[in-house]
Design a protein around this ligand. Sequence first.
Ligand code: PLP
Ligand code: COI
Length: 344
Amino acid sequence: MEKMEKKNIDWSKLGFGYTKTDYRWQATWEDGKWTEDGLITDEKLHLLESACVFHYSQSCFEGLKAYTTKEGKIVTFRPDMNAQRMFDSAKRLEMPPLPVDTFIKSIDEVVRANAAWVPPYGTGCSLYIRPFMIGSGPQIGVAPAPSFTYRVFVMPVGAYFKGAVKPLKLALSDFDRAAPHGTGNIKAGLNYAMSLYPTMEAHRNGYAENVYLDPQTRTYVEETGGANIIFVDQDNNLVVPKSDSILPSITRRSLVYVGEHFLGLKVVERKVRFDEVKNFKECALCGTAAVLAPVGLIHTHEGDIVFPSGMEKMGEICGKLRSTLTGIQDGEIEAPEGWIREIC
Ligand code: PLP
Ligand code: COI
C-alpha cells in the first residue's frame, strides 16, 4: 500500500473530542439477519421518531484505539476483547449480538479507510474507535426494537484528562452509577446517562471525576464514570477492586497481566473497602480513553485523602505500568501473543 498522506492536524493541541473523519462502517439488522452496508461517508443517521433508542435507551457501545507503531504500522489493541464485550452488552439489552468476526472486520475496514487520520508515532495521540448499536426500529410499548443499526466511526484524539499524566482530583460520589444486579458490568448507554448529573456536579466542584461505591452496601470501591480504578499498597502490590457491577475494563485486565508478567508485581484482585483507600500508596484510573491516569486526591465529606505520590507526579509503580502498556501499544515493547492486530 502506498504511504498515505496524513491530515494536517496540530497533534500537540488535540484533546478528546469529536472530529468528522472520512468513513464510517454500518450494518443493519432486519428480518432476523445482519446486512452489511460496509463503509459509508454520511455521518448522519436518519431515524424514526419512534425508534426504540430514543424512548427506552436501547443502546450499547464500545471504545478502542488504533495506534501508529514505531515501525509505522497501524495497529489495534485487543479488538477481540471489545467484540466479546459488545456481544455481551447486546445480549443483556435484548439486541442481536453482532458476530465477533463482523465486529473485527468493521474495525479493520474503518481504520484502514481512515488511515490518514491515525496520528503518527510519537505524538501521544491515537485514533479513537467508537462502535455502537441502537434499537433503531419503531417501538412504543416497552419491548426491544424490531430492527437495529450497528455503526463504527473514528476520530483522532489526545488525552482524555487535561494534563494526561498530572495527578487528578476525584470526589467520592453520593450517587450510584449502577444498580445491584443491574447493567454496570456492560457498556450500556444508560449507565452513562445515570452518571451525567453526578459527573457535572463533580466538575462544578473542581473534581475531574467521581469515585462510586458499590450500590448495594456503599462500602466497597467500584470505579469512576468512565474508567476503572486501581491502587498500589504499601508493599508495592497492585490492588484491583473486584465487583459484579463494574465494567470489565480491557485496559485493567491488560495492566494486571503487565503487572504480573512484565513488572513482577503481586496482583491482588479483591473487594476493596473504601475505608482502606487512605492506606494505599498510589491510585490511578485506567481505560481506553483514560489510558492510565494518576490520582492524587479523593475528596470525601470527611476530608481529603491525599496519596503519598502527591499532586505533582505519577507514582513510581503507576508510571511503570503506564509506560509498559503504551510501549506495547506503540510497538516499542514486544506484546503478549494476540494483543496487537496489524491493520496496515
Ligand atoms: N469503566 C467505564 C465505566 C468505562 O466507560 C470504561 C471505558 O471504556 C472503562 C471502565 C475502561 O474500559 P476499557 O479499558 O475496556 O476501555
Ligand atoms: C473509553 O475509554 O473508551 C470509554 O468509552 C470511556 C468514555 C468515558 C470515553
